[in-house]
Ligand binder design. Structure first.
Ligand code: NPQ
Ligand code: MG
Length: 375
Protein backbone atom coordinates (compact mmCIF):
# COMPACT_ATOMS: atom_id res chain seq x y z
CA UNK A 1 0.00 0.00 0.00
CA UNK A 2 1.49 3.31 -1.01
CA UNK A 3 0.54 6.30 1.09
CA UNK A 4 1.93 9.77 1.56
CA UNK A 5 2.23 11.27 5.01
CA UNK A 6 2.08 14.97 4.28
CA UNK A 7 -0.04 16.80 6.84
CA UNK A 8 -1.63 20.08 5.86
CA UNK A 9 -1.35 21.34 9.42
CA UNK A 10 -0.01 20.49 12.85
CA UNK A 11 -1.61 21.70 16.06
CA UNK A 12 0.26 21.84 19.37
CA UNK A 13 -1.86 22.08 22.54
CA UNK A 14 -0.86 22.33 26.18
CA UNK A 15 -3.50 20.80 28.42
CA UNK A 16 -3.87 20.62 32.20
CA UNK A 17 -5.01 17.37 33.71
CA UNK A 18 -5.27 16.85 37.50
CA UNK A 19 -4.02 13.54 38.90
CA UNK A 20 -6.44 11.61 41.11
CA UNK A 21 -3.75 11.72 43.79
CA UNK A 22 -0.35 13.42 44.01
CA UNK A 23 2.62 11.46 42.64
CA UNK A 24 6.00 11.86 44.36
CA UNK A 25 9.35 10.55 43.15
CA UNK A 26 12.96 11.15 44.24
CA UNK A 27 12.93 14.21 41.95
CA UNK A 28 9.66 15.89 42.92
CA UNK A 29 5.94 15.87 43.52
CA UNK A 30 3.13 16.52 40.99
CA UNK A 31 -0.62 16.94 41.43
CA UNK A 32 -1.60 18.47 38.10
CA UNK A 33 0.08 17.45 34.88
CA UNK A 34 0.71 19.89 32.05
CA UNK A 35 0.83 17.84 28.90
CA UNK A 36 1.83 18.86 25.40
CA UNK A 37 -0.31 17.17 22.74
CA UNK A 38 0.23 17.05 18.99
CA UNK A 39 -2.48 16.78 16.34
CA UNK A 40 -1.55 16.24 12.68
CA UNK A 41 -4.21 16.88 10.04
CA UNK A 42 -4.38 15.35 6.60
CA UNK A 43 -7.28 14.83 4.21
CA UNK A 44 -9.90 14.98 6.95
CA UNK A 45 -8.06 12.55 9.24
CA UNK A 46 -6.34 13.52 12.47
CA UNK A 47 -3.44 11.77 14.17
CA UNK A 48 -2.71 12.36 17.85
CA UNK A 49 0.58 12.31 19.70
CA UNK A 50 1.58 12.97 23.30
CA UNK A 51 4.84 14.46 24.52
CA UNK A 52 6.08 12.89 27.76
CA UNK A 53 7.99 15.94 28.92
CA UNK A 54 7.02 17.62 32.17
CA UNK A 55 6.88 21.35 33.01
CA UNK A 56 10.50 21.17 34.24
CA UNK A 57 13.57 19.03 33.30
CA UNK A 58 13.52 16.89 36.46
CA UNK A 59 13.39 13.34 35.03
CA UNK A 60 15.52 14.10 31.95
CA UNK A 61 16.92 17.21 30.20
CA UNK A 62 13.79 17.99 28.17
CA UNK A 63 10.74 19.92 29.35
CA UNK A 64 7.51 21.17 27.75
CA UNK A 65 9.12 24.46 26.78
CA UNK A 66 12.10 22.88 24.98
CA UNK A 67 9.82 20.38 23.23
CA UNK A 68 7.54 23.15 21.96
CA UNK A 69 10.50 25.18 20.75
CA UNK A 70 12.18 22.25 18.97
CA UNK A 71 8.92 21.13 17.38
CA UNK A 72 7.92 24.53 16.06
CA UNK A 73 11.41 25.60 14.98
CA UNK A 74 12.81 22.38 13.49
CA UNK A 75 10.58 19.30 13.56
CA UNK A 76 7.32 20.65 12.13
CA UNK A 77 9.13 22.56 9.30
CA UNK A 78 10.99 19.35 8.39
CA UNK A 79 7.69 17.45 8.30
CA UNK A 80 6.36 20.09 5.87
CA UNK A 81 9.46 19.80 3.64
CA UNK A 82 8.36 16.71 1.70
CA UNK A 83 6.00 13.74 2.09
CA UNK A 84 7.01 10.68 4.10
CA UNK A 85 6.10 7.28 2.67
CA UNK A 86 5.99 5.66 6.08
CA UNK A 87 6.00 6.76 9.72
CA UNK A 88 9.26 4.84 10.23
CA UNK A 89 10.98 7.37 7.90
CA UNK A 90 10.48 10.07 10.54
CA UNK A 91 13.63 8.98 12.37
CA UNK A 92 15.90 9.74 9.40
CA UNK A 93 14.05 12.96 8.61
CA UNK A 94 14.79 14.38 12.05
CA UNK A 95 18.25 12.84 12.59
CA UNK A 96 19.82 16.27 12.01
CA UNK A 97 18.32 17.42 15.33
CA UNK A 98 20.61 16.17 18.08
CA UNK A 99 18.86 15.04 21.24
CA UNK A 100 15.28 16.07 22.05
CA UNK A 101 13.98 12.49 21.86
CA UNK A 102 10.66 13.26 23.56
CA UNK A 103 9.80 16.04 21.11
CA UNK A 104 10.59 13.71 18.18
CA UNK A 105 8.55 10.88 19.70
CA UNK A 106 5.41 13.01 20.13
CA UNK A 107 5.32 13.85 16.43
CA UNK A 108 6.21 10.29 15.47
CA UNK A 109 3.28 9.01 17.55
CA UNK A 110 0.88 11.33 15.73
CA UNK A 111 2.29 10.15 12.38
CA UNK A 112 1.87 6.48 13.36
CA UNK A 113 -1.74 7.18 14.37
CA UNK A 114 -2.39 8.94 11.06
CA UNK A 115 -0.62 6.21 9.07
CA UNK A 116 -2.57 3.46 10.82
CA UNK A 117 -5.84 5.20 10.00
CA UNK A 118 -4.83 5.63 6.36
CA UNK A 119 -4.09 1.94 5.93
CA UNK A 120 -6.83 0.75 8.30
CA UNK A 121 -4.50 -1.11 10.66
CA UNK A 122 -3.82 -0.96 14.39
CA UNK A 123 -0.42 -0.02 15.76
CA UNK A 124 -0.25 -3.48 17.29
CA UNK A 125 -0.47 -5.05 13.83
CA UNK A 126 1.86 -2.52 12.20
CA UNK A 127 4.49 -3.17 14.88
CA UNK A 128 4.22 -6.96 14.98
CA UNK A 129 2.45 -7.24 18.31
CA UNK A 130 1.49 -10.78 19.25
CA UNK A 131 -0.72 -10.26 22.32
CA UNK A 132 -4.31 -9.08 22.82
CA UNK A 133 -3.66 -7.97 26.39
CA UNK A 134 -0.57 -6.89 28.31
CA UNK A 135 0.39 -7.39 31.97
CA UNK A 136 -0.41 -4.29 34.02
CA UNK A 137 1.75 -3.06 36.87
CA UNK A 138 1.39 0.04 38.99
CA UNK A 139 3.93 2.60 40.17
CA UNK A 140 3.37 3.91 43.71
CA UNK A 141 4.81 7.28 44.64
CA UNK A 142 6.69 8.16 47.81
CA UNK A 143 4.12 8.50 50.62
CA UNK A 144 4.27 10.79 53.68
CA UNK A 145 4.10 7.81 56.09
CA UNK A 146 4.18 4.02 56.09
CA UNK A 147 0.52 3.34 57.07
CA UNK A 148 -0.79 5.41 54.15
CA UNK A 149 1.61 3.60 51.79
CA UNK A 150 0.40 0.21 53.03
CA UNK A 151 -3.21 1.27 52.38
CA UNK A 152 -2.33 2.31 48.83
CA UNK A 153 -0.46 -0.93 48.14
CA UNK A 154 -3.38 -2.96 49.49
CA UNK A 155 -5.80 -1.08 47.25
CA UNK A 156 -3.78 -1.79 44.08
CA UNK A 157 -3.13 -5.39 45.10
CA UNK A 158 -6.87 -5.91 45.57
CA UNK A 159 -7.57 -4.33 42.18
CA UNK A 160 -5.39 -7.01 40.60
CA UNK A 161 -2.20 -5.32 39.42
CA UNK A 162 0.43 -7.94 38.64
CA UNK A 163 3.27 -6.07 40.31
CA UNK A 164 3.74 -3.04 42.48
CA UNK A 165 6.63 -0.64 42.07
CA UNK A 166 7.68 1.53 44.99
CA UNK A 167 9.46 4.81 44.43
CA UNK A 168 12.44 5.04 46.79
CA UNK A 169 15.17 7.53 47.64
CA UNK A 170 17.93 7.80 50.26
CA UNK A 171 16.26 7.89 53.68
CA UNK A 172 12.97 6.52 52.31
CA UNK A 173 14.01 3.03 51.37
CA UNK A 174 14.63 0.26 53.92
CA UNK A 175 11.88 1.32 56.29
CA UNK A 176 9.37 1.39 53.44
CA UNK A 177 10.54 -1.84 51.78
CA UNK A 178 10.61 -3.73 55.09
CA UNK A 179 7.06 -2.66 55.93
CA UNK A 180 5.62 -3.48 52.51
CA UNK A 181 7.39 -6.82 52.20
CA UNK A 182 6.30 -7.82 55.70
CA UNK A 183 2.67 -6.85 55.07
CA UNK A 184 2.61 -8.46 51.60
CA UNK A 185 5.03 -11.41 51.59
CA UNK A 186 3.87 -12.74 48.21
CA UNK A 187 3.36 -9.76 45.89
CA UNK A 188 5.68 -9.08 42.97
CA UNK A 189 7.53 -5.99 44.15
CA UNK A 190 10.04 -3.66 42.47
CA UNK A 191 11.74 -0.41 43.51
CA UNK A 192 12.65 2.64 41.40
CA UNK A 193 15.17 5.21 42.65
CA UNK A 194 15.19 7.51 39.60
CA UNK A 195 18.98 7.79 39.91
CA UNK A 196 18.94 9.06 43.51
CA UNK A 197 21.84 6.96 44.89
CA UNK A 198 25.62 7.33 44.46
CA UNK A 199 28.31 4.73 43.97
CA UNK A 200 30.24 3.86 46.08
CA UNK A 201 28.73 6.11 48.78
CA UNK A 202 25.46 4.13 48.99
CA UNK A 203 26.94 0.67 48.47
CA UNK A 204 25.68 -0.80 51.76
CA UNK A 205 22.18 0.66 51.51
CA UNK A 206 21.79 -0.82 48.01
CA UNK A 207 23.42 -4.22 48.50
CA UNK A 208 21.22 -4.96 51.54
CA UNK A 209 18.08 -4.56 49.38
CA UNK A 210 18.52 -8.20 48.30
CA UNK A 211 16.50 -9.30 51.34
CA UNK A 212 13.24 -7.88 49.88
CA UNK A 213 13.19 -10.31 46.93
CA UNK A 214 12.55 -7.50 44.47
CA UNK A 215 11.81 -8.57 40.90
CA UNK A 216 14.18 -5.76 39.91
CA UNK A 217 15.82 -2.58 41.20
CA UNK A 218 15.28 0.26 38.73
CA UNK A 219 17.89 2.93 37.95
CA UNK A 220 19.59 3.24 41.33
CA UNK A 221 22.47 5.44 40.03
CA UNK A 222 22.83 8.40 37.64
CA UNK A 223 22.23 7.63 33.96
CA UNK A 224 25.89 7.98 32.95
CA UNK A 225 27.30 5.90 35.84
CA UNK A 226 27.90 2.78 33.78
CA UNK A 227 30.74 1.47 35.93
CA UNK A 228 28.79 2.12 39.11
CA UNK A 229 25.84 0.06 37.83
CA UNK A 230 28.17 -2.70 36.62
CA UNK A 231 29.90 -2.87 40.02
CA UNK A 232 26.63 -2.77 41.91
CA UNK A 233 25.20 -5.57 39.75
CA UNK A 234 28.23 -7.70 40.62
CA UNK A 235 27.57 -7.08 44.31
CA UNK A 236 23.83 -7.87 44.45
CA UNK A 237 21.54 -10.73 43.48
CA UNK A 238 18.60 -8.49 42.56
CA UNK A 239 18.58 -7.72 38.82
CA UNK A 240 19.20 -4.06 38.03
CA UNK A 241 16.78 -2.60 35.49
CA UNK A 242 18.00 0.42 33.56
CA UNK A 243 15.59 3.23 32.70
CA UNK A 244 17.21 6.70 32.37
CA UNK A 245 20.56 5.18 31.24
CA UNK A 246 19.24 3.58 28.06
CA UNK A 247 18.71 6.40 25.56
CA UNK A 248 19.64 4.63 22.30
CA UNK A 249 20.70 1.34 20.73
CA UNK A 250 24.32 2.27 21.50
CA UNK A 251 23.70 2.78 25.21
CA UNK A 252 21.65 -0.44 25.24
CA UNK A 253 24.65 -2.35 23.85
CA UNK A 254 26.92 -0.70 26.42
CA UNK A 255 24.55 -1.74 29.21
CA UNK A 256 24.41 -5.35 28.05
CA UNK A 257 28.15 -5.64 27.38
CA UNK A 258 29.04 -4.23 30.81
CA UNK A 259 26.23 -6.14 32.51
CA UNK A 260 25.31 -2.80 34.07
CA UNK A 261 21.70 -4.00 34.02
CA UNK A 262 19.99 -7.33 33.31
CA UNK A 263 16.53 -5.93 32.49
CA UNK A 264 15.52 -2.93 30.36
CA UNK A 265 12.66 -0.48 30.86
CA UNK A 266 11.72 0.75 27.37
CA UNK A 267 10.16 4.21 27.22
CA UNK A 268 9.69 5.38 23.64
CA UNK A 269 10.01 9.06 24.58
CA UNK A 270 13.37 8.47 26.23
CA UNK A 271 14.88 6.67 23.21
CA UNK A 272 13.55 8.90 20.43
CA UNK A 273 10.46 7.08 19.28
CA UNK A 274 8.57 3.89 18.63
CA UNK A 275 10.85 2.87 15.78
CA UNK A 276 13.92 2.95 18.05
CA UNK A 277 11.93 1.36 20.88
CA UNK A 278 11.07 -1.58 18.61
CA UNK A 279 14.74 -2.01 17.62
CA UNK A 280 15.75 -2.02 21.28
CA UNK A 281 13.06 -4.64 21.91
CA UNK A 282 14.35 -6.72 18.98
CA UNK A 283 17.96 -6.73 20.25
CA UNK A 284 16.84 -7.65 23.77
CA UNK A 285 14.48 -10.36 22.48
CA UNK A 286 17.24 -11.99 20.41
CA UNK A 287 19.56 -11.98 23.42
CA UNK A 288 16.95 -13.17 25.92
CA UNK A 289 17.05 -9.92 27.90
CA UNK A 290 13.62 -9.23 29.48
CA UNK A 291 12.03 -5.85 28.77
CA UNK A 292 8.91 -4.01 29.91
CA UNK A 293 7.28 -0.77 28.90
CA UNK A 294 7.79 2.20 31.21
CA UNK A 295 5.30 4.95 31.88
CA UNK A 296 5.40 8.74 32.09
CA UNK A 297 1.96 9.45 33.56
CA UNK A 298 0.47 9.47 30.06
CA UNK A 299 -3.08 10.21 29.03
CA UNK A 300 -4.94 7.59 27.01
CA UNK A 301 -3.11 8.80 23.90
CA UNK A 302 0.39 7.81 25.00
CA UNK A 303 -1.04 4.84 26.90
CA UNK A 304 -2.63 3.44 23.72
CA UNK A 305 0.68 3.63 21.87
CA UNK A 306 2.57 2.06 24.79
CA UNK A 307 0.06 -0.78 25.17
CA UNK A 308 0.49 -1.54 21.45
CA UNK A 309 4.28 -1.57 21.90
CA UNK A 310 4.02 -3.82 24.96
CA UNK A 311 2.13 -6.37 22.84
CA UNK A 312 5.44 -7.32 21.18
CA UNK A 313 6.70 -10.74 22.29
CA UNK A 314 9.77 -9.59 24.24
CA UNK A 315 7.75 -7.53 26.72
CA UNK A 316 7.59 -10.34 29.25
CA UNK A 317 7.55 -8.45 32.56
CA UNK A 318 4.63 -6.43 33.98
CA UNK A 319 4.62 -2.91 32.52
CA UNK A 320 4.13 0.55 34.01
CA UNK A 321 0.80 0.50 32.17
CA UNK A 322 -2.13 0.98 34.52
CA UNK A 323 -5.82 1.69 34.08
CA UNK A 324 -6.79 5.25 33.11
CA UNK A 325 -8.42 5.73 36.51
CA UNK A 326 -5.13 5.05 38.32
CA UNK A 327 -4.13 8.52 37.11
CA UNK A 328 -7.18 10.44 35.88
CA UNK A 329 -10.70 11.09 37.12
CA UNK A 330 -11.72 11.07 33.47
CA UNK A 331 -9.26 10.13 30.71
CA UNK A 332 -9.30 12.26 27.55
CA UNK A 333 -9.89 9.23 25.32
CA UNK A 334 -12.74 6.81 24.71
CA UNK A 335 -12.78 4.08 25.58
CA UNK A 336 -10.62 4.54 28.68
CA UNK A 337 -8.19 1.78 29.68
CA UNK A 338 -9.65 -0.55 32.31
CA UNK A 339 -7.98 -3.28 34.31
CA UNK A 340 -9.11 -6.71 33.15
CA UNK A 341 -9.36 -9.85 35.25
CA UNK A 342 -5.93 -11.20 36.11
CA UNK A 343 -4.32 -7.74 35.88
CA UNK A 344 -4.18 -6.97 32.16
CA UNK A 345 -4.90 -4.05 29.84
CA UNK A 346 -6.52 -4.84 26.51
CA UNK A 347 -4.67 -3.85 23.34
CA UNK A 348 -6.79 -1.55 21.13
CA UNK A 349 -7.81 -3.21 17.87
CA UNK A 350 -9.06 -0.21 15.87
CA UNK A 351 -6.97 1.62 13.25
CA UNK A 352 -4.03 3.71 14.49
CA UNK A 353 -4.03 4.27 18.24
CA UNK A 354 -7.50 2.72 18.37
CA UNK A 355 -8.87 5.32 20.80
CA UNK A 356 -10.88 8.53 20.20
CA UNK A 357 -9.76 11.80 21.73
CA UNK A 358 -12.70 13.65 23.32
CA UNK A 359 -11.89 17.27 22.60
CA UNK A 360 -14.51 18.62 25.00
CA UNK A 361 -12.51 17.08 27.86
CA UNK A 362 -9.33 19.00 27.07
CA UNK A 363 -8.59 21.88 29.41
CA UNK A 364 -6.43 23.80 26.95
CA UNK A 365 -3.87 26.30 28.28
CA UNK A 366 -2.69 27.37 24.83
CA UNK A 367 -2.80 25.95 21.34
CA UNK A 368 -1.12 26.88 18.11
CA UNK A 369 -1.65 25.61 14.58
CA UNK A 370 1.14 25.52 12.00
CA UNK A 371 0.16 25.34 8.31
CA UNK A 372 2.20 23.92 5.47
CA UNK A 373 2.92 26.52 2.73
CA UNK A 374 0.71 26.20 -0.29
CA UNK A 375 -2.25 24.32 1.19
C1 NPQ B 1 9.82 6.22 35.93
N1 NPQ B 1 7.40 6.79 35.74
O1 NPQ B 1 9.67 5.06 35.68
C2 NPQ B 1 8.75 7.29 35.73
C3 NPQ B 1 8.93 8.47 36.56
C4 NPQ B 1 8.16 9.68 36.15
C5 NPQ B 1 5.31 5.73 36.29
O2 NPQ B 1 7.14 5.69 37.68
C6 NPQ B 1 5.50 13.92 36.12
C7 NPQ B 1 5.58 13.52 37.42
C8 NPQ B 1 6.05 13.15 35.14
C9 NPQ B 1 6.26 12.36 37.76
C10 NPQ B 1 7.35 11.20 34.51
C11 NPQ B 1 6.71 6.07 36.65
C12 NPQ B 1 6.74 11.99 35.47
C13 NPQ B 1 6.85 11.58 36.78
C14 NPQ B 1 8.05 10.07 34.87
C15 NPQ B 1 7.54 10.44 37.09
O3 NPQ B 1 10.93 6.56 36.32
MG1 MG C 1 11.97 4.63 36.22
Amino acid sequence: MTVRLYPEAVELLLIRLPLVEPFETSFGRTDVREILLVRVLQEGLEGWGECVTDHAPLYSPECNGTARYIMETFLIPSLFQAPLRHASEWLRRVAFVKGHPMAKTALEMALWDLYGQMVGRSLRDLWGGTKDRVPAGVSVGIHPDVPSLLRTVERYRAEGYQRIKLKVKPGRDHEVLTAVRQAFPDIVLTADANAAYRWPRDRTVLVTMDVYRLQLLEQPLPPDDWLGHARLQRAIQTPICLDESVTSLATLRLALRLRAGLIINIKPGRVGGYTVARRIHDVCYRRGVPVWCGGMLETGIGRAANVALASLPGFTLPNDLSASRRYWMEDIVEPPFELQAGGYLGVPQGPGLGVRVVRARLSVGWSQTYWRDGV
